[in-house]
Design a binder for this molecule. Structure first.
Ligand SMILES: O=C(O)CCC(=O)C(=O)O
Ligand SMILES: [Fe+2]
Length: 341
């Protein structure tokens, strides 16, 4: 199995062929890359230049717009994935179309930041619409099933979609324990994610095989996704997995640290999360799951994450208790069954 590459050239003439390829990739792997997607390379490069200018600022400047708890603002080394219990080795800036008062980086820090970011967000949303419409067609649903609930309606202020600029720090001269990641394993909560990478700034890996939305099951095989600047990496998120009654797969993925003789420099990526609006009702055609609003969906996903984090913390506490127990030849009662097994 590998992550399929799908070309959008001659989109209108090849629409049926493209739909078939998108459905195949989304039902089997949950990830695919798009080439000939229509966003000029210079515009992608300009978005990375914007990102680089922001992250090059001192922390005091970046910290003027701190993460607000609602997926907007800057954070550094704070995102702990429930699967690992350690903070991702990165910083990120999240931007939205709406509710951004006081959250745009200042023009004196990065000239025209807002205008430049919004142009790119609109471009990526445009490609996302094409893909979401094809997926709806491919599932035999009305073409606007996944777009009316996600696409920004300028002026309404209720879009939940997010552009996230990501900067994974250089690992030059640093060493890490076994459980540290640039981004720990996770599945995205949204409808559809589009990710831009820089040439050869790799490390993204995906793990197909998830059967049921919301579970933490992961297969054993991680497939690398090559880092190519001319392609967009797309993946189905949990909201779309549920909206399709688990037919389209939201797949676990992670970004590993450089290994062996790989370059230790920084990695930049840019993700756009097409997210359901708060009041949109998500339910698949076969009603496998009860209807749920966009906001309730996110609240439940965060709650599951909290529970998994607690479980991971408990397991690692147990493991260290076992180490202590072995070292002192004393087995506490709650571990006796485990030791005897
Ligand atoms: O930077 C990447 O390659 C992946 C980032 C990611 O998976 C995320 O932010 O959800
Ligand atoms: Fe992700």
């Amino acid at each position: 199995m590998s992550v399929p590459s799908i070309s959008l050239h001659d989109f209108d003439a090849r629409r049926d062929e493209i739909i078939a390829e998108l459905i195949d990739a989304s039902t089997e792997v949950g990830f695919f890359t798009l080439v000939n997607h229509g966003i000029p390379q210079e515009d992608v490069d300009a978005a990375f230049e914007l990102s680089r200018s922001f992250f090059a600022l001192p922390d005091a400047a970046k910290g003027k717009t701190p993460l607000n708890g609602k997926n907007a603002g800057w954070e550094k080394n704070t995102q702990v994935r429930p699967s690992t219990g350690t903070a991702d080795q990165k910083e990120s800036l999240q931007l939205q179309f709406a509710r951004m008062e006081g959250l745009w980086p200042a023009d004196e820090d990065v000239p025209d930041f807002r205008k430049r970011a919004e142009v790119f967000m609109a471009q990526v949303q445009g490609v996302s619409v094409r893909v979401m419409e094809c997926l709806a067609d491919g599932l035999g649903l009305p073409r606007d099933t996944f777009t009316t609930g996600t696409v920004d309606r300028a002026g309404e202020g209720d879009s939940q979609s997010v552009l996230r600029l990501l900067h994974y720090h250089s690992t030059e001269g640093k060493s890490f324990g076994p459980n540290f990641w640039r981004a720990g394993a996770h599945a995205d909560f949204d409808v559809l994610t589009m990710l831009f990478q820089r040439e050869n700034e790799g490390g993204l890996e995906v793990c197909p095989g998830r059967k049921v939305v919301g579970d933490f099951g992961m297969g054993a095989t991680w497939l690398p996704v090559p880092a190519r600047q001319d392609s967009i990496v797309c993946n189905i998120g949990d909201q779309l997995m549920r909206w399709s009654d688990d037919r389209l797969k939201s797949t676990y993925h992670r970004v590993r640290l450089p290994e062996g003789d790989e370059p230790r420099g920084p990695r930049y990526s840019i993700a756009f999360f097409n997210q359901a609006r708060s009041d949109i009702v998500i339910q698949g055609p076969e009603k496998k799951y009860p209807p749920i609003t966009g906001s309730r969906f996110i609240a439940e996903a965060l709650e599951r994450n909290r529970m998994q984090s607690a479980e991971v913390a408990k397991q690692s506490a147990l493991e260290s208790a076992e180490t202590v127990a072995t070292a002192v030849h004393y087995v506490p009662q709650h571990l006796q069954a485990a030791v005897a097994a």
